[in-house]
Design a binder for this molecule. Structure first.
Ligand code: G6P
Length: 615
């Protein structure tokens, strides 16, 4: 949520900032801005809209300078417009600041600065208050920028990742973070600061992850100096990021989302790589081995996540209870943290997060840690805050996911959770060895089954999307393992095509949603369950009796449902616990095609952001 990039070095900063902002645009695209420092001062450009609008705005203007910073905004305080766009400056215009996060006590600070010090504010943002505060401290105490930043940060509550520049201290960037990510790339006579590694990797693979409440001062003379808020110097470790540029490009696809959907045969295999051997019949996860005893003896598992990651957690509930007989509770991270939950030392708390930065998931995890539970992360972004906070964990290794609607991260998460369930089931003695090995064997076939499914269903899904693109509502029904898939299918459709959609357990339809069904209502029924097949067939009949349009996801060769439903999409047969990895694929594709046909920006749906670093 909000993207920050800053540069100091020998090259022209502007193109580096613009490219970096484009890479970070998935974090927010309400407005964009840059501040560029050159020999004659600082040029500030900011514009409502996308990075492309900023580029058009700077056309023909002075974009010189080897020091600068940029920001792409997801609006929290104040509407998306030119004035609320970052960078912001103080009363005297001397300081410039970009910010990701929320300053929670901004209104108290603002009133004090207005009343006592005569500050005048031009925007509605919390960010502007912070830069005014830094300016006031700097002026009153006559401090260098980094000291003023440090003293100001002691006074603020909330979350921040910031970069600050001072017109009177050219050639210096000051960066700091608390609960919002910030990385510093160390290149050859240059430094980059960014919200994630994507703007950095083109220039250097060497990065330092700033910790909470650390302030970094970067100059060409003294390089990188990091101190904490008590003014003590912090040592820093330089990490190498494994990220290739090609992973950040669309690779011939119209949208990242489509590329990511089609990457899934590879990304699911990547997630399994080195962790599973079908011939020898085993699954191993390094992160679990370290804590196996505690995980096996856990009294229950609490799973935390938001959005699509929460849906993956719902599937895990079915997997862990079904295969490993381990009691599971799945919680929205945002609810968990505010309801004084019971967490015991014998609990294992699993956090699922693609970005590893979701503020609510992070905070919920902190609470679980404080209360003594073992915490385990299922994360995609290596080195992210959640990955670093947990006692242990497993990366899903699906590569950068850029489309705001999550696809390959979801199947990566479900793959990882399935592997965990197999380990727990076997080690806890609920899965006999032969069954365990058969399941491992079958799971290893999933990448090729997903590949076959993608090649067979694409045209048909596109056709169905064309038939349904003008619908205003849609219902998604599923049972058992396919209930969370129904939720995920509905989420995909609503977030990128803006068609209102609801996911329901198929049997619950009778308790409300059935009232909505008429000939205009598309009803997606995920009907691959072997265990409740007849029941799902009855649910389809109930929809048809009310003239609903049924699109059924069925197992290859199913003729019964084909004869009742308006459309059927066949998926390869697999063991029931693994069906979500297949049944979700046509639903992802359908949402994609519906959104394209409705003229929506698939990768950057309105009001959404990929990484939600505010509560
Ligand atoms: C946002 C994204 C979703 C994502 C959710 C949780 O809402 O748009 O795609 O599922 O955050 O993000 P996380 O990074 O924690 O998985």
């Amino acid at each position: 949520m909000c993207g920050i990039v800053a540069y100091i070095g020998q090259k022209k900063a502007y193109p580096i900032l613009i490219k970096g902002l484009s890479r970070l645009e998935y974090r927010g695209y309400d407005s964009a801005g840059v501040a560029l420092q050159n020999e004659s001062g600082v040029n500030l450009y900011k514009k409502k809209g996308k990075v492309a609008d900023l580029v058009a705005f700077t056309e023909g203007k002075d974009t010189s300078g080897r020091v600068g910073m940029g920001h792409t905004r997801w609006a929290t305080h104040g509407k998306p417009d030119d004035i609320n766009a970052h960078p912001h400056s103080g009363n005297e215009g001397r300081l410039l600041l970009v910010h990701n996060g929320i300053i929670e006590n901004y209104s108290v600070i603002k009133s004090a600065l207005q009343k006592t010090n005569g500050h005048v504010f031009s925007s509605e943002t919390d960010t502007e208050v912070l830069v005014h505060l830094i300016e006031e401290i700097q002026k009153t105490d006559n401090l260098p920028l980094e000291d003023a930043v440090r003293k100001a940060l002691v006074k603020v509550h909330g979350a921040y990742a910031i970069v600050v520049m001072d017109r009177n201290e050219p050639g210096k960037l000051v960066a700091a973070r608390k609960s919002s990510p910030l990385l510093i790339g160390i290149g050859d006579k240059e430094f980059l600061v960014a919200s994630d590694a994507t703007p950095i990797v083109e220039h250097t693979k060497n990065v330092v992850y700033l910790n909470d409440e650390e302030v970094a001062t970067i100059t060409m003379e003294d390089g990188l100096v990091i101190k904490n808020l008590k003014n003590e110097t912090s040592s820093h470790t330089v990490h190498s990021v494994e990220l290739e540029i090609e992973q950040l490009e669309k690779g011939g696809y119209d949208y990242f989302m489509l590329k990511e959907i089609f990457e899934q045969p590879v990304t699911i295999a990547e997630c399994m790589r080195g962790r599973m051997n079908a011939d020898e019949g085993w699954v191993r996860l390094g992160g679990m081995e370290e804590h196996l005893k505690r995980m096996l003896n856990a009294q229950r598992m609490i799973i935390l996540g938001c959005g699509t990651s929460w849906h993956a957690g719902m599937i895990a509930e079915y997997l862990f209870e079904d295969l490993a007989r381990l009691p599971v509770e799945v919680e929205y991270a945002s609810e968990f943290r505010y309801r004084n939950p019971v967490v015991r030392e014998q609990d294992v708390v699993l956090a699922i997060s693609q970005s590893g930065e979701t503020a609510d998931t992070f905070a919920a995890l902190e609470l679980a840690r404080e209360r003594g539970a073992l915490t385990y992360g299922i994360v995609n972004v290596v080195g992210s805050s959640i990955a670093r906070l947990t006692h242990s964990g497993s990366y899903i290794h699906v590569g950068p996911e850029i489309g705001v609607a999550s696809t390959k991260a979801f199947t990566g998460q479900v793959t990882m959770l399935t592997m965990m369930a197999l380990i727990l089931g076997y080690e806890r003695g609920y899965l006999p060895k032969s069954e365990y090995q058969e399941l491992v064997q079958e799971l290893s076939l999933l990448p090729s089954k997903v590949e076959r499914l993608l090649s067979t269903c694409q045209k048909q899904v596109e056709y169905i999307a064309g038939e349904l693109k003008d619908a205003t509502n849609a219902l998604y029904l599923g049972r058992g393992y396919n209930f969370p898939v129904a939720l995920e299918g509905a989420l995909k459709l609503k977030e990128i095509s803006y068609i209102h959609a609801e996911g329901y357990p198929a049997a619950e339809m009778k308790h409300g949603p059935i009232a909505l069904i008429d000939e205009h209502m598309p009803v997606f029924v995920i009907a691959t369950n072997k265990s409740a097949y007849e029941k799902v067939v009855s649910n389809i009949q109930e929809v048809k009796a009310r003239k609903g349009v049924v699109i059924a996801i069925v197992t290859e060769g199913d003729t019964t449902i084909k004869s009742i439903a308006d459309h059927t999409i066949e998926i390869p047969d697999t063991r029931e616990p693994f069906t979500p990895l297949l049944s979700v694929i046509p639903l992802q594709l359908l949402a994609y095609h519906a959104a394209v046909l409705r003229g929506c920006n698939v990768d950057q749906p309105r009001n959404l952001a990929k990484s939600v670093t505010v509560e």
